[in-house]
Design a protein around this ligand. Structure first.
Ligand SMILES: C[S@@+](CC[C@H](N)C(=O)[O-])C[C@H]1O[C@@H](n2cnc3c(N)ncnc32)[C@H](O)[C@@H]1O
Length: 277
């Protein structure tokens, strides 16, 4: 989700186009890897025997983190609110030790109550809709953690505002070719407001022969008319580490420090706020 620069080629060259929402998710989130070393480290220390201590990946999407940890032998529950993303995650998991659960993180109710590690990568905590909703998530996460378990949530605190409409350059577009269609996503504006950060993108699909299509993969426009890119906006709640520490404490969690994931040329760095049950 971070505002990023170009990725060529693409993660998945398929003969049949998956739902456009899946391609956009893979394109805009799937190439991010600067946080992976930290998730691997946390998983290894929570589950040193690999496979004996369950791990919960909250907001797992199409499985960027879940699948990496499962390939290393960890047993992962992937939770997401969007069934179309989880369907792809499940298909990609093959025979790995992955359970996919479609549910809202704020109302988590799983049979497993002994997670050793709960991960929330890539600013998902900032998508929950404010302090009350985060408090609900913290309480539900706490209820699913074994004593001493770790909760780790990645957040962005500093995003540099820009506006391509006002002449700013902005990052290069991200692009992928899937099943004969070129998907192009371009971050066009970041607005930093008092309570939220809005990330705006333009999304465009171009058929192999060069005919623009609508953002969901259907016909773009009546013949002769130019295709319009879809305007996509993601709103992140603005939060500070200190504020999250207070919110987590109120839910019965013990603040356990902060780690950093490095900024790269393409992505801003994140703070990873941690708690113990
Ligand atoms: C930025 S993506 C991160 C995807 C993946 N974790 C990664 O790092 O590549 C955020 C994910 O959180 C999911 N999500 C947002 N709100 C949620 C909620 N209330 N409960 C569960 N999942 C949620 C979205 O559907 C999306 O897949």
């Amino acid at each position: 989700m971070g505002v990023s620069a170009a990725t060529g080629g693409g993660p998945h060259s398929l003969a049949v186009a998956p739902p456009a929402e899946v391609v956009w998710h893979d394109l805009e989130c799937g190439s991010y890897s600067a946080d992976m070393a930290l998730w691997r480290e946390l998983a290894q220390s929570a589950d040193p025997q690999r496979g004996s201590e369950p791990i919960l990946d909250v907001g797992a999407g199409t499985g960027r983190v879940t699948l990496d940890l499962a390939r290393r032998g960890h047993s992962v529950t992937a939770l997401d609110i969007r069934p179309e993303l989880l369907a792809v995650l499940k298909a990609r998991a093959g025979g790995l030790a992955v359970e996919a659960v479609c549910a809202d993180a704020r109302a988590l109710e799983l049979p497993e109550r002994g997670y050793a590690l709960v991960l929330m990568p890539m600013q998902t905590l900032q998508l929950l809709g404010g302090a009350g909703e985060r408090g609900a998530f913290f309480a539900r996460a706490r209820a699913h953690m074994r004593p001493g378990a770790l909760l780790a949530c990645a957040i962005v605190t500093d995003l540099e505002p820009f506006d391509c409409g006002a002449g700013d350059l902005g990052p290069s577009p991200e692009t992928v070719l899937v099943a004969g269609r070129r998907y192009i996503s371009r971050a066009t504006r970041v607005r930093v407001r008092t309570r939220s950060i809005a990330i705006e993108r333009e999304r465009l699909i171009i058929a192999a022969e060069g005919t623009p299509e609508g953002p969901q993969g259907g016909p773009a426009a009546p013949s002769g008319a130019a295709a319009l890119p879809e305007h996509n906006v993601v709103e992140l709640d603005r939060v500070s580490v200190a504020r999250l520490a207070r919110e987590g404490s109120r839910a019965g969690l013990t603040p356990a420090g902060t780690r950093e994931t490095p900024a790269t040329e393409e992505h801003v760095g994140s703070a990873v706020v941690m708690f113990r049950a």
